[in-house]
Design a protein around this ligand. Structure first.
Ligand code: SIN
Ligand code: MN
Length: 211
């Protein structure tokens, strides 16, 4: 199985950051490359789009998703939806991505959404909580691919002190337990720090249980 091929570093020593579990270099390069190839197939079926906020302001991150649900935002507000804005169902979550979830959060229910965020060099994501899901006892697991991103995390109140870490390609962050509702965001991307993707930028996958 994949673990024997050392595609995952299941023994990676987790760092704790505001209660979140950070696993640096958790995925090896060949697995990252295969995931990127699988994402290319997904974006053919479910093209990346740039969501707008409820107030009509375009977000800087481009998004798509795989799984039963995707997360969308438009002038009707933000929510999980069973279809892409084109009306098509989201593609399935690739098996290798599901196996990352199973390895690192084996107790959790199966993920129902793999949100795919593309950060082009000037994109960022403001501090927010992931709280559109029904069951906060279930973790959120994120996978970083491509250029480094400066990830910031605090606590359950926006005013809580935050800490930052540069996330590199192959790193995993798990929001679970007390950190599940921690405010978090991405302040900036450092273009040119990885050659995984064809173009400068960062991809972040977040796996979530929605219902
Ligand atoms: C997110 O909060 O949805 C993404 C976090 C990240 O890009 O690392
Ligand atoms: Mn989030």
């Amino acid at each position: 199985m994949q673990e024997k091929d050392n595609l995952f570093d299941a023994a990676a020593i987790p760092t704790e950051l505001c209660g979140a579990r950070v696993l640096q270099s958790a995925l090896d390069r060949s697995l990252q490359e295969r995931i990127v190839a699988q994402l290319r197939d997904i974006v053919v079926k479910a093209p990346l789009h740039r969501p707008v906020t409820r107030w009509g302001k375009p977000m800087s991150v481009k998004m798509t998703a795989a799984g039963k649900f995707g997360w969308i935002s438009d002038t009707r507000g933000y929510r999980y939806a069973e279809t892409h804005p084109s009306g098509a169902h989201w593609p399935d979550i690739p098996k290798e991505i599901l196996s990352i979830w199973k390895l690192f959060v084996p107790e959790a229910r199966d993920p129902e959404c793999c949100l795919i965020n593309l950060y082009e060099p000037n994109a960022r994501m403001g501090l927010h909580q992931d709280r559109d899901e029904a069951d906060f006892s279930q973790p959120v697991l994120s996978v970083s691919l491509g250029d480094e991103g400066l990830f910031r995390i605090g606590g359950p109140e926006r005013s809580n002190k935050t800490r930052s870490i540069w996330l590199r390609s192959g790193d995993i962050v798990i929001l679970e337990g007390a950190s599940r509702l921690a405010f978090h965001g991405v302040d900036r991307i450092k273009p040119g720090t990885s050659d995984l993707l064809d173009k400068p930028g960062r991809i972040n996958l977040t796996l979530r249980v929605v219902t």
